[in-house]
Design a protein around this ligand. Sequence first.
Ligand code: HSE
Length: 331
Amino acid sequence: MRTVRLSIIGFGAVGQGVAKVLLAKKDQLEDIGLDLRVVAIADSRTAVIDTDGVDLGAVISRKKTEKTVGSQDMTGLEIIEKIDHELVVETTPTNIVTGGAGLENMFMAFRKGRDVVTSNKGPLAVKYKELMEASKLSGSKFRFEATVGGAMPVLNLTKDSLAGNRITDVEGIFNGTCNYILTRMTEEHAPYEQMLAEAQELGYAETDPTYDVEGIDTACKLVILANCVFGMNATYEDVTVTGITKITPEALLLAHNDGYVIKLIGEVNDSRINVAPKLVPIGHPLAVAGSLNVASVQTDLSGPITVTGRGAGSIETASAILSDLISIYRN
Ligand code: HSE
């Protein structure tokens, strides 16, 4: 059995999802020889540290009732610096302007030689190249499937399953909140604000939902795709961005009567990175509904490969994090 000591830094919807998934999959992980032991958890105010393994069930309950993870006074950054462990699961709220606390946490983890698995898009959208260099320098593993498309595999799909193919274009829906809003507005003919409130309640939206509806979140994911899949050195400034805030129920109805749905489509290839609402024929592979994401990957050897899956949600995002954890340590 291989024991891997890990911290969960950030205990919002995704961090809690990771804790729940680790609890639920304990036996299955042991079957493949892995003991993933959480030795520290931090939220924005408190921390819990136990080198023998934190009681995940108790922390999840405490977070629900008392809104804190523990009573220890240590920040996520201090945990990464001072507590002995192999891997940091970085799930603090994203900041796409500066990279926020997540960026500092990742650099600290690499400085200390720790591996990092994250769902946090901001740091990767702001300092992709620097993060890759830092992880290489320290010999740390760095995986971030959960940053693009939630549970839908797209980064590891292009890197692993499609290895050897040249990827010429990736197009799709990369924001569950917008897709949920547009789908529900079409179905219910209901106003945008009401559907945004629903998406927030379901835990799909970012802490600041303008990131979702203005297309910023999709743009960040395209930057990550551009850098990871196309080897570019792109930043947010390289993306042309239009969101969904001006789409009315009437526009959706008119489109529908003509056999189309309106979707927020992101596209990246060698020459452009773009996000904008587009008309998609009903029944087209990209016309997926609800919080689903979809990615159509054009390849030289395999032609188009299209994947779809839940692009947002606590457990769904934790699923991508778990698969990254397993792929680092299984062998
Ligand atoms: N707010 C994001 C979305 C979460 O709605 O897709 C997953 O990145």
